[in-house]
Design a protein around this ligand. Structure first.
Ligand code: FES
Ligand code: FES
Length: 149
């Protein structure tokens, strides 16, 4: 399942999920950054948990549920998080933003009112070269704490 739709695609056994999404399926939200499981720009949710799509084979996702920023940004919570990023100045070049929003969305599913330490822990696998992390943490905290009310 990809973003709520059942899809079938033939791929070589060594193809990474990021390539299947971007090159075969035209799902360009997950970004190609380091391709070494270090930056988090390629993050997607696999059965609700954030994974680096550059670090997982597509065949490993067979029969599982993949959710990308394309779907997340259509959900009320995803929109709320993304809007909070804009409001708090947590977006500059924006390259990292899909990954951060994806991780924040997953965090909200397990913790509706995370504290700063929990937010920082959740984003420790994501890098941003532009903003510093304080604005990102603020954006997540504000969007999720208001969500819980
Ligand atoms: S591109 Fe996947 S972690 Fe950097
Ligand atoms: S806004 Fe540019 S890398 Fe984060």
């Amino acid at each position: 399942m990809l973003n709520g739709e059942k899809i079938e695609v033939d791929v070589p056994p060594n193809e990474i999920l990021l390539d299947t999404l971007r090159l075969r399926l035209g799902v360009k939200g997950p970004k190609r950054g380091c391709e070494r499981a270090e930056c988090g720009t390629c993050t997607v949710l696999l059965d609700g948990k954030p994974v680096y799509s550059c670090n997982i084979l597509t065949v490993q996702a067979d029969g599982r549920e993949i959710m990308t920023i394309e779907k997340i940004s259509q959900e009320a919570l995803g929109r709320k998080i993304a809007e909070s990023f804009s409001r708090e100045g947590a977006v500059q070049c924006g390259f990292c933003t899909p990954g951060f929003v994806t991780v924040a969305y997953a965090l909200a599913a397990s913790n509706s009112n995370p504290n700063e330490a929990e937010i920082r822990k959740s984003i420790e696998g994501n890098l941003c070269r532009c903003t510093g992390y304080k604005k990102i943490v603020n954006a997540i905290m504000k969007s999720l704490s208001s969500e819980s009310k």
